[in-house]
Write a protein that binds this ligand. Sequence first.
Ligand SMILES: [Zn+2]
Length: 345
Amino acid sequence: MQLPREVIVGDGALARIPDVVQRLGLKGSAMIVVGPKGYEVAGKKVSDLLAANGISADVVRVETATIKDVTFVEEQIKAKKPSVLFGVGGGSKIDAAKLSSAEQGLPYVSVPTTLSHDGIASPLASVKGLGKPYSVMVQAPLAIIADIEVIAQAPWRSVVSGCGDAISKFTAVRDWRLAQADKDEYYGEYAASLALMSARLVMRNAELIRPGNEEGLRVLLEALISCGVAMSIAGSSRPCSGSEHLFSHALELVCHPTAMHGEQCGVGSILCAYLQGANWRRIRDALREVNAPTTGVGLGVGDSDVVQALEMAMSVRPERYTILHKLCLNREGCERVARNTGVIS
Ligand SMILES: [Zn+2]
């Protein structure tokens, strides 16, 4: 089990980077993997703080998290030989840092600038070009440094997406329990409770999660970090990714939506909670409360895309047993679920 050794959360958390570096005993040089926006809001400051404390840092810019980006970062690691990598940005830059550092046997520090999903603290990375539309186990961050002042500058939609990803743990954990009951799969009570607690925390504090309220951002940040820790404890994405995530991955294969990961998982969670016989209305209402989409229209996709994605979701990952694998719905069944939950009209 790999867990982060330092988690620093709060206003001005970036300023504590030198202390963290010292406590972790990091020596030599560092490398910062960052996009243009992330450099502006946090990367430059990280670089300056490291330099002021005698650690030179090479800045490697990436735009996306494709296998090409990861290979590029790995080449930079081989050339510059840093002793630690900092992933600064939203999901993709952190994923690129996570995978390239793991491949090169280096620790990495996660410095999130948005709260769009739980990858900011998880040991998994989602990288395009690996031949898998879902996340793969890589390595947990050595440290997480999350500055609320920085995160507050991100587009509000990323916060909505993060809420959707957190709320979707309700169906993920139910699927995990189902896999234990039907397939005798390993089920970790502690990891499952941690993931569920994160979902509950976001739902209970939904009224705080509003633009301009840093307290709400802190709630979401802590929930997403707990999700990452739950996955580290479980040794897989199981506590945080079930049928609703398979729906989201399938939707991407079906129609390349412009919606964000957590928005798609939220809608998937409504559909899958219905199939699980769970209180799907509660999930829908919680998503509404944080202004997250609850319909195909809200995701900007067509009714037929929703139905097709739900039908193909189980084949995205046949080995990850969920309610979809148990029920094996046909097209008509999927359409009925989507209509009954109001996801399509
Ligand atoms: Zn997710």
